[in-house]
Design a protein around this ligand. Structure first.
Ligand code: SF4
Length: 578
């Protein structure tokens, strides 16, 4: 992976591609690569949907290798939702394929004139472009089905649905999984709208005729890869909880902790939680002949994804993730797994971030557009987004816009991005991450839930402010580094708890690149990535005042613990002091 592919969609005579050496970006991958390139090349003051914005794809440092879960793919740009820098990443097969094609990054810039939609094909022979309007305003499922007839089933697709074409703030980019289902999404921050603004409906990644990238020290790499897998299997989260129940294993845990945001963040426990828990979901999937244990990319040994069948035993969607089950479920007072799965299917098909859409519908419920618990009403509202009606376009623009349009005070967003499935009053460490992350409210940016609730990597009392800033800082640094490897963030559980698994991670990188990285180098990488993102956001106009939670979290106590968010603003301002 030593080449950067640059695609100018606005070139005279049609899109043009050129290949550059990796140069100064050597040693970066995934989020590190996208954020540093966006920082270098994108004007922070530009309109996110203009030709001046760039869409940067980057597989991780270990992409295409046999290292387990190493195929996550990052995309970066200026976010149409937050107005700041954005990195979003997904599993599926595209990251692995790009690694095998040798691309460390793909920088897509400019905008073509006219209304035509374009398809880009990447294979061992290079890049080709074609106008393809046959999938205009089709969902991701139909788009992939059409493309599969042309390109076969041995490729990976990255596509946008109607939401991306409409350039909505909640629009995602779908990546296909091993079975060519468009279920793995770069979901957050409206990255699909930026792809839509560049008039790209689909990117086809064909790895045929390539070989996996060879490690500098194959013997050492093989040993490290084997030990790494053993470490993943040994840890209770990655070896037992996630394979058996998927990410939705968290529903009962967060509900019992009193930190499960319910009825648009009005309370911390949901009476219907057990009906939509990971345990109930896995049982339902098994009863219907589906599969609760499935890998979204080849070589994954955690296998946290799964398959959901409808009441007739037919494939409906992938196993909805915890965040989705919460956003469309407890957050909206809905305890019906079939309704939640239908909403998940529509999100994937229209190309929408499930967190943003569930929170948006919760805000609409708070406004009285429909009632909490109204599952058919929620499905109806989401359909409006797919159709592009005026109401649908408002909802598809996210929770912040919807709150403004309907005059709602309780709108759980930071930097205009919807808050995920952990109430910051019940998990104060994640509140620090939500407030200060360069990405807007983002649980993955520094998953303090691990230490506050799951007692991974130590324990910090979730209901007290003490220790939360240090916890979030350390996790944000570590996460920025892990997001650069292309490894799934879930590996952080064993890496935090098991020193030998952390060493295996270093060994993988060192054996692959012929380096001698230490833990200090990992920390330095994380700080470099965060610094680049902070610098971009500062130039885009963000100040300390944007590193705050909505005021209601300090004013309205959360049941059952009757606690408010207690980390002071001056403490939040210390997160990036290093
Ligand atoms: S752990 Fe889950 S999300 Fe990560 S690669 Fe495996 S199946 Fe995909």
């Amino acid at each position: 992976m030593n080449a950067i592919l640059r695609i100018d969609m606005g070139a005279t005579g049609g899109p043009k591609a050129s290949v550059e050496p990796i140069g100064k970006y050597a040693g970066l991958g995934g989020r590190g690569m996208t954020s540093v390139i966006v920082g270098d090349e994108v004007d922070p003051a530009c309109h996110p949907l203009s030709a001046a914005n760039k869409l940067v794809f980057a597989p991780g440092l270990l992409a295409g290798t046999s290292a387990s879960t190493s195929g996550r793919l990052s995309v970066g740009c200026k976010s149409p939702l937050t107005g700041g820098i954005k990195e979003s990443n997904a599993g599926g097969q595209a990251g692995m394929a790009l690694g095998r094609l040798g691309y460390a990054a793909i920088i897509i810039e400019g905008q073509p004139p006219g209304d035509d939609l374009w398809k880009i094909v990447l294979n061992k022979d290079g890049v080709s472009f074609s106008v393809d309007n046959s999938c205009r305003m089709l969902g991701n499922y139909d788009t992939v089905a059409k493309l599969e007839k042309i390109h076969g089933d041995k490729v990976a697709f990255m596509t946008i649905g109607m939401a991306g074409e409409m350039k909505l703030g909640a629009a995602s980019i779908a990546c296909t999984d091993r079975e060519l289902r468009p279920t793995r999404h770069m979901g957050r921050g409206g990255v699909g709208a930026v792809m839509g603004s560049k008039k790209i409906k689909a990117i086809v990644v064909d790895e045929a005729g390539t070989t996996p990238p060879q490690p500098k020290d194959p013997a050492k790499f093989k040993v490290a890869a084997k030990s790494f897998v053993e470490g993943l299997k040994r840890h209770p989260v990655t070896g037992q909880g996630l394979p058996a129940f998927g990410t939705n294993v968290l529903t009962n845990v967060l509900n019992e902790a009193g930190a499960y945001p319910t009825f648009n963040f009005q309370q911390g426990q949901f009476a219907g939680a057990s009906k939509i828990s990971g345990e109930s979901l896995a049982q339902l999937e098994t009863d219907r002949g589906a599969n609760p244990t499935h890998g979204c990319q080849r070589g994954c040994t955690i296998q946290c994804s799964g398959i959901f069948y409808d009441k007739d035993g037919k494939y409906l969607t992938k196993q909805p993730e915890y965040e989705t089950v919460w956003s469309h479920g407890g957050n909206c007072g809905i305890d019906d797994l079939d309704a939640i799965a239908e909403l998940d299917r529509m999100d994937d098909d229209f190309g929408l971030d499930t967190i943003e859409m569930g929170v948006t519908i919760g805000v609409a419920m708070e406004a009285g557009v429909i009632q909490f618990g109204d599952a058919p009403g929620a499905i109806r509202l989401l359909k409006e987004v797919g159709k592009g009606t005026p109401l649908g376009r408002i909802l598809g623009s996210g929770a912040g816009i919807t709150g403004k349009v309907f005059g709602v005070e309780r709108v759980p967003v930071v930097k205009n991005q919807a808050m995920p499935a952990y109430d910051p009053r019940g998990v104060q460490g994640i509140g620090v991450t939500y407030a200060t992350s360069t990405m807007g409210a983002d649980h993955t940016a520094g998953y303090a839930v691990a230490t506050n609730i799951l007692k991974v990597g130590g324990f910090v009392d979730p209901l007290k402010p003490e220790g939360q800033v240090d916890l979030s800082r350390n996790l944000q640094i570590a996460t920025a580094a892990i997001d650069s490897t292309g490894l799934c963030l879930f590996i952080a559980f064993p890496v935090l708890d098991q020193p030998d698994t952390f060493q295996n991670l270093l060994d993988l990188l060192n054996a692959h690149y012929g380096l001698s990285l230490t833990g200090d180098d990992v920390v330095a990488l994380g700080k470099r990535v965060l610094s680049a993102e902070r610098a971009f956001n500062a130039k885009a106009g963000f100040t300390h005042e944007h590193d705050r939670l909505p005021r209601f979290f300090e004013q309205q106590p959360l049941a059952p613990h009757q606690v408010t968010f207690q980390v002071k603003p001056e403490e939040l301002d210390k997160v990036f002091n290093w």
